[in-house]
Design a binder for this molecule. Structure first.
Ligand code: CP
Length: 308
């Protein structure tokens, strides 16, 4: 299909048809990733810079693996190993990387809007790997893709997103993607961890977890973003875990085949019990596997689009 986008900044840029095209392409790569030999020559000669100015295990490793499995060369740059620590600006860092002629820069940054800023200043493709509270499009795409592996359709499905919604770029991108695919989305959090403008979101909001779990088809638990929170938003972690930690008793309120998800990293015993995280209904490691396939699909589509 014709791909009109130079950059991937958020899922809001993508039509439902384009999201489905990414899923179809990822399905193909998921199958390749399960073969004994996983490398294909598709992106031989292309180069991808992984510029992570915030910590990451899943996103960074899976983009690296995705690039290498497609035979692209990947180069990693972290904040601690870069001249950002010597005071170099984001723009100068990006222009320096651009001068080396990469085909794509995958960027994670604590500043909401960092990926858009780079996209406006650089010729190469920019892929947002998470910017501040704003967006995490590849996480939303892999969450949606993971659910397509267990559901035929999103129509009529009820998905609960639970936890620190206010500081979560995953929640923002997930709500957009899941509602446009046809799911109904519920949010559950203490009032202090709901976004100030949540009334404008296309969701139903709960502050009581038992009520929020009634009849749901999937629960996406979120990490408490303690590094982004102001003091005083939470009474204490034990109280938070008691009221908002997902545990066995909530399964009884949800649909029998409810799916349990978490983008990671998890705070076990706070956001989710280990019993659920490791249980039969958990898709958490399926999400990680899907992450490689979806990121392969994204590199494939963006780096081989017509008119580059
Ligand atoms: N879900 C996610 O973004 O995880 P990492 O921070 O480990 O990349």
């Amino acid at each position: 299909m014709h791909w009109p986008h130079k950059d991937l900044l958020d899922v809001s840029q993508l039509s439902v048809e384009e999201i489905r095209h990414i899923f179809e392409t990822a399905r193909h790569f998921l199958e390749i990733n399960r073969r004994p030999i996983k490398k294909v020559p598709t992106l031989k000669g292309k180069s991808v810079v992984l510029f992570f100015a915030e910590p990451s295990t899943r996103t960074r490793t899976s983009f690296d693996m995705a690039a290498k499995r497609l035979s692209a060369d990947s180069f990693s740059l972290s904040k601690s190993g870069s001249s950002l620590l010597k005071g170099e600006s984001l723009k100068d860092t990006a222009l320096t990387l651009q001068a080396m002629n990469p085909d794509a820069i995958v960027v994670r940054h604590s500043f909401s809007g960092a990926a858009e800023f780079l996209a406006k200043n650089l010729r190469c493709t920019v892929i947002n790997a998470g910017d501040g509270w704003h967006a995490h499009p590849t996480q939303a795409l892999l969450d949606g893709f993971t659910l397509t592996q267990v559901w035929k359709s999103f129509e009529g499905k009820e998905v609960l997103i639970l936890g620190d919604i206010a500081h979560s770029r995953v929640a923002r991108s997930d709500v957009d993607l899941l509602t446009r695919l046809g799911a109904r989305v519920r949010l559950c959090a203490p009032k202090t961890l709901l976004p100030y403008n949540v009334k404008k979101w296309p969701v139903t909001v709960f502050t009581d977890l038992d009520r929020a779990c009634e009849g749901v088809d999937a629960v996406i638990c979120l990490r408490l973003q303690l590094e982004r929170q102001e003091a005083g938003l939470l009474p204490d972690l034990r109280e938070y875990a008691r009221r908002y930690g997902l545990g066995r008793k909530h399964l009884a309120l949800a649909k029998d085949d409810v799916k349990i998800m978490h983008p990671g990293p998890m705070n076990r015993g706070i956001e989710i019990s280990s019993e659920l995280a490791d249980g039969d209904q958990s898709l958490i490691l399926d999400q990680v596997e899907a992450g490689v396939a979806v990121r392969m699909a994204i590199l494939f589509i963006y780096l081989l689009r017509e008119g580059r």
